[in-house]
Design a protein around this ligand. Structure first.
Ligand SMILES: NC(=O)c1ccc[n+]([C@@H]2O[C@H](COP(=O)([O-])OP(=O)(O)OC[C@H]3O[C@@H](n4cnc5c(N)ncnc54)[C@H](OP(=O)(O)O)[C@@H]3O)[C@@H](O)[C@H]2O)c1
Length: 295
């Protein structure tokens, strides 16, 4: 472990910045912006941050945690690092952890047993709950921003979203709302020990999603429902390792099996207001140029 030189974080030490791992990502980046807007000091945990934080390099953890009392923990999917990180955070004086988990972490059969994200969230939730720290767990449904900043964006730009989701619907939730719930849990004392299940206000099929994006952008986007086998074969033909293609297909499985169509009231419960509609996300993302191709 790195020894942090005394005084090197003196100005932050007095403010006790909130550490946000994944602080440059879809949810962490928004949580950082919302906290800063409230005048709260933030330390962004990122490989490009200062100090640099790399989940896969434990020697960077202590500097990121120095002087920190509260962490918004956006986990690193794939390796079970939440548990050792939380242990170290507690040793270094952290008192509160807000964990970004995922819908279905408590539902048998939701995620594949070998699924990277599922394993990360199941182990991460247990690590946080048994840590003895003040904690809140945030369990969002699929993010709306997957279509504008995440792994569906390229397909939207290409005009064809090819997924093994059948006619299933999902309660896509706006990352602004996920971040707002995390910020509330970090800055208010009434969310301790709570688990918030978050979804948007309606469940949408992929056909409905691409219609909304098409209407707002004037860009024609189709949804093509693939069998799981065809989906995996297409990804492998593009050069994906078979295991990664299977993992991606598995992550879509709950939509196809109709395990993602229910709505959750966590935004209303935590924030006292309804979640933002998907149509609002589409309008704002479009206006911000999310689907404008790089020139
Ligand atoms: N997408 C969904 O629909 C969905 C739904 C439910 C739950 N989730 C969960 O949400 C989490 C992902 O959150 P997100 O979508 O906000 O993230 P994201 O936008 O994909 O951003 C990933 C973040 O992780 C950081 N990161 C990546 N590798 C790193 C490393 N080795 N060390 C330190 N930081 C690293 C990146 O920072 P740098 O690149 O700057 O280092 C970035 O800030 C995952 O745990 C996922 O399972 C996702």
């Amino acid at each position: 472990m790195v020894t942090v030189p005394s005084g090197s974080f003196s100005c932050h030490m007095t403010e006790h910045p909130i550490l946000i791992t994944g602080g440059t990502g879809k949810v962490g980046g928004r949580a950082a912006a919302q906290l800063r807007a409230k005048g709260v000091a933030v330390r962004v945990g990122s490989r490009s941050g200062e100090p640099r934080f790399d989940w896969e390099d434990e020697s960077t953890w202590d500097a990121a945690l120095a002087g920190v009392q509260k962490v918004f923990l956006v986990p690193h999917d794939g390796a079970l690092l939440t548990r050792p990180f939380v242990r170290r955070a507690k040793e270094l004086g952290v008192e509160r952890v807000v964990l970004l988990s995922g819908r279905g972490a408590d539902v048998p059969g939701y995620a594949s047993e070998d699924g990277i994200a599922g394993k990360t969230h199941i182990d991460g939730e247990d690590a946080v709950r048994t840590s003895g720290l003040d904690f809140t767990v945030v369990r969002p449904a699929w993010f709306a921003q997957n279509f504008s900043e995440g792994f569906f964006r390229d397909a939207v730009l290409a005009g064809e979203l090819r997924l093994p989701a059948g006619d299933g619907a999902a309660g896509f939730v706006d990352a602004e709302d996920i971040a707002a719930v995390a910020v509330a849990a970090l800055t208010e004392d009434t969310h301790s020990g709570r688990t918030y299940e978050l979804s948007g206000p309606s469940a949408l099929t992929l056909t409905e999603v691409v219609e909304l994006i098409s209407q707002a952008t004037g860009r024609t986007v189709r949804y093509v429902s693939l069998s799981e086998e065809d989906f995996i074969a297409e990804l492998v033909a593009e050069g994906w390792p078979k295991a990664d293609a299977q993992d991606y297909a598995d992550s879509i499985g709950p939509i196809r099996r109709n395990m993602d169509s229910h709505l959750s009231d966590g935004v209303q419960t935590a924030l006292g207001r309804p979640p933002r509609p998907f149509s609002q996300f589409v309008t704002e993302a479009g206006a911000a140029g999310a689907w404008r191709e790089a020139e």
